[in-house]
Design a protein around this ligand. Structure first.
Ligand code: SAM
Length: 246
């Protein structure tokens, strides 16, 4: 059974984009996951295929209409579709590896990409969307954010990464950033690879890597050290609860 992603967007031509190459692209070709990009405009019924309107209360820009977004969700998610519906937005909870793991372990995901000023809040609530941000900056649309989320999920789908690549020890697998990596030559421009890595002593290498991971995390991301679980618990309900439409 493959992992199925549906993207609701005003720019379906942006997909698969970078997801069509390398690991994700090979996984697509091999049917380990599927990707459907649906044009939100396809559900409109008026001559101009209108998807947006001006914000109540005034202000710049346009807002995606709740009736249009709802119809796009309904068309993309047939009765019984239990995939979580995620709205990419800078107002959402930060995308973390824990959420990526949960999404990758399910049957897939439906992603809503905003444009302009965003999406009417009522349809976000009525459909029980999980609001997710990929970082504290503003993109012009949700498509690149959707690609980021999909890339992170797809590489965890069984069979997508070969034995040569492994997610077991990489950054965030244990709330730590990864230790530094080195390859040949053992000396480059006067810089030597740490001796312990050349020793062939597996236990010492593991100890050194753990110490390095802890040190770099303390220095660069001390926020990670007060545990991912704790932060996530306060940030959101479990995935299955959030995915149930109201
Ligand atoms: N007015 C919105 C705000 O201030 O929160 C920003 C709208 S942005 C120009 C248009 C769309 O890009 C958003 O609806 C969202 O789908 C997407 N987007 C922008 N930044 C994002 C981020 N950091 N993470 C996820 N999606 C983002």
């Amino acid at each position: 059974m493959s992992w199925n992603a549906t993207v609701l967007t005003l720019f379906p031509g942006m997909f698969p984009g970078p997801l069509g190459t390398s690991l994700a692209g090979r996984g697509l070709e091999r049917g380990l996951w599927s990707l459907e990009a649906r044009d939100i405009r396809d559900v409109t019924t008026d001559r101009h295929r209108t998807v947006d309107d001006t914000p109540f209360g005034g202000g710049a820009g346009m807002v995606l209409r709740p009736d249009v977004v709802d119809a796009a969700c309904a068309a993309a998610m047939p009765e019984g579709d239990t995939r979580p519906l995620v709205f990419l937005t800078p107002r959402g909870m930060p995308l973390r590896q824990k959420l990526v793991r949960e999404l990758a372990a399910g049957s897939g995901v439906v992603l809503l990409c905003g444009r302009y000023e965003g999406v009417d809040q009522r349809v976000i609530e009525a459909r029980g969307m999980i609001e997710v941000s990929i970082g504290d900056y503003v993109l012009s649309g949700g498509e690149v954010a959707a690609m980021v989320l999909l890339d992170a999920c797809v590489r965890l789908i069984p069979g997508v990464m070969g034995a040569a690549e492994s997610a077991e020890e990489e950054s965030f697998s244990s709330d730590l950033l990864e230790y530094p990596q080195y390859t040949r030559p053992a000396e480059w421009r006067g810089r030597r690879v740490p001796e312990v890595l050349l020793s062939g002593h597996h236990a010492e290498v593991a100890r050194w890597r753990k110490a390095q991971a802890e040190a770099v995390t303390r220095e660069r991301r001390p926020d990670l050290l007060n545990t991912e679980q704790g932060r996530d618990a306060s940030a959101r309900a479990p995935l299955h609860a959030a995915a149930t439409p109201a």
